[in-house]
Every structure is written in structure tokens, then in C-alpha cells.
Design a protein around this ligand. Structure first.
Ligand code: ADP
Ligand code: MG
Ligand code: MG
Length: 217
């Protein structure tokens, strides 16, 4: 198993498919505690990334041996999300992918690098949004994902780390239901935000599930 640029590209393409498939659900969640645009925001953003990946692919046809790195795919994703997603999630996911891109360097993606990528993504989200765990945001999916990846990395390979991260993000998203939001738009609702899953935590779970799905060609 090699986590190379092809894997990274499959990851982003499958995220685009996942958010398109689950757009109505993400929108419905955001309608409960936000402004109802989270599904639309992510579909637009990841569609734009896929269009750039397609364009880059057709340019690359014929050019021999052009270097393709995981970091390049993630950086393209970051800058495109930042420029196409208007909502809070655009800069947050954009920063996450930008930080993740930086730690991939030119090395092969091994278990340690996957964990570092996830940690860096979370650091970027926290630097940007200043949310702590328990504030009913995407941080509540990313935090357990990073912890689970760190644990799994002690015993397994990079695929095990990714699978552990995705499972923990899924559970983390579900666990946002009873929380009261204190960051982002949902915080305007105060106590009334309790009883609904955070849309960004759910989309984080979809994103990490797509990273696992991308392990298979
Ligand atoms: P907007 O709220 O601007 O309409 P989206 O609907 O696309 O943007 O994204 C909303 C999601 O962004 C929330 O569900 C939450 O997970 C996440 N979010 C909002 N503010 C923050 C923050 N300060 N830190 C982390 N995540 C945040
Ligand atoms: Mg919204
Ligand atoms: Mg909005």
C-alpha cells in the first residue's frame, strides 16, 4: 500500500462525490443550527477542486515524468476551497489542507506522516477558528480522529491509522448532538443548538471516510 499522489487525488475526488451524495443531509443539519448552506458550500468547493485536478491531468498528458506529490494535491485543494467556499468552512478546511500539505514534504507517506498530516490539519483549524473540543464544531470530529490515529499508529500501518481516524471522526460527529454550540453560527442559538448534529463535524467524518475509501483503487 502506498499513500501517493494518486491516493490523495482519489481522496479528494471521493470527498467531492460524498458531499454531493450527502448534500441534502448536510444542508438539513445546517438548517437546524446554522444558515442551511453547508452542503452547498462543500459541493461547490470540492467540485471546483475536481475541475482543477481534471485540468491538471489533461495538461500532464504527454509531459513525461512531471512530479506529482501528495502535497501538491492537498495544496491545490486548500487554495481552491479558500477561494470558492464563502462560509466559515472554506477557510477552516482550506487551512487544514494547507497545513497538511506542508508536512507531506517530498517523502513517502508513511504512518508517521499520516498522523502528522491529521495533527497539522487540526492545528490549522484551531489556529483559524479558535474552537476547543466541546464547542460543537468540526474540532469535535478532528480531535478524536487525531487521537485515534496516534493510538493506531503505535500498532499498525498507515491504513490502520486512517481507518481509526475515520471511525473516531464518525463517533465524534454523533457525539456533538447533545452539545451546546459556543463557536460559529450555531452559537447564536445558545441552548437551542443542543439536540442537533454539527454539520461541519459530519462533513469531517465524510472527508476522512473518503480518505479510507481511497485506499482502494
Ligand atoms: P457558515 O457557518 O459560514 O454558513 P458552513 O455552513 O459552511 O459556514 O460551515 C459551518 C460549520 O463550520 C459548522 O458546522 C462548524 O463545524 C464549523 N465552524 C464554524 N465556526 C467554527 C470555528 N470557529 N471553529 C471550528 N469550526 C467552526
Ligand atoms: Mg452554513
Ligand atoms: Mg453561510
Amino acid at each position: 500500500m502506498t499513500l501517493d499522489a494518486d491516493w490523495a487525488e482519489r481522496w479528494i475526488r471521493r470527498t467531492a462525490d460524498a458531499v454531493a451524495d450527502r448534500r441534502d443531509e448536510l444542508t438539513a443539519l445546517d438548517r437546524e443550527i446554522g444558515d442551511g448552506d453547508h452542503g452547498e458550500n462543500l459541493v461547490r468547493g470540492f467540485r471546483a477542486v475536481v475541475a482543477k485536478l481534471d485540468a491538471r491531468r489533461s495538461e500532464a498528458d504527454g509531459s513525461v515524468g512531471s512530479p506529482r506529490l501528495v502535497g501538491d494535491v492537498l495544496k491545490l485543494t486548500a487554495t481552491t476551497l479558500m477561494s470558492t467556499v464563502g462560509g466559515a468552512s472554506g477557510p477552516l478546511y482550506g487551512t487544514a489542507f494547507l497545513r497538511a500539505a506542508k508536512v507531506t514534504g517530498h517523502e513517502a507517506i508513511d504512518t508517521r506522516t499520516i498522523v502528522a498530516m491529521l495533527e497539522s490539519a487540526l492545528d490549522g483549524i484551531t489556529a483559524r477558528g479558535k474552537a476547543e473540543p466541546g464547542e460543537k464544531t468540526m474540532v469535535d470530529a478532528w480531535t478524536p480522529a487525531v487521537e485515534a490515529a496516534e493510538r493506531a499508529a503505535g500498532e499498525g500501518d498507515e491504513a490502520d491509522a486512517l481507518r481509526a481516524a475515520a471511525a473516531a471522526a464518525d463517533a465524534g460527529a454523533t457525539a456533538t448532538i447533545p452539545l451546546v454550540a459556543t463557536k460559529g453560527r450555531a452559537s447564536y442559538l445558545g441552548e437551542r443548538s443542543a439536540g442537533h448534529e454539527d454539520p461541519g463535524a459530519r462533513s469531517t467524518a465524510l472527508l476522512l471516510a473518503a480518505a479510507v475509501s481511497a485506499l482502494d483503487e
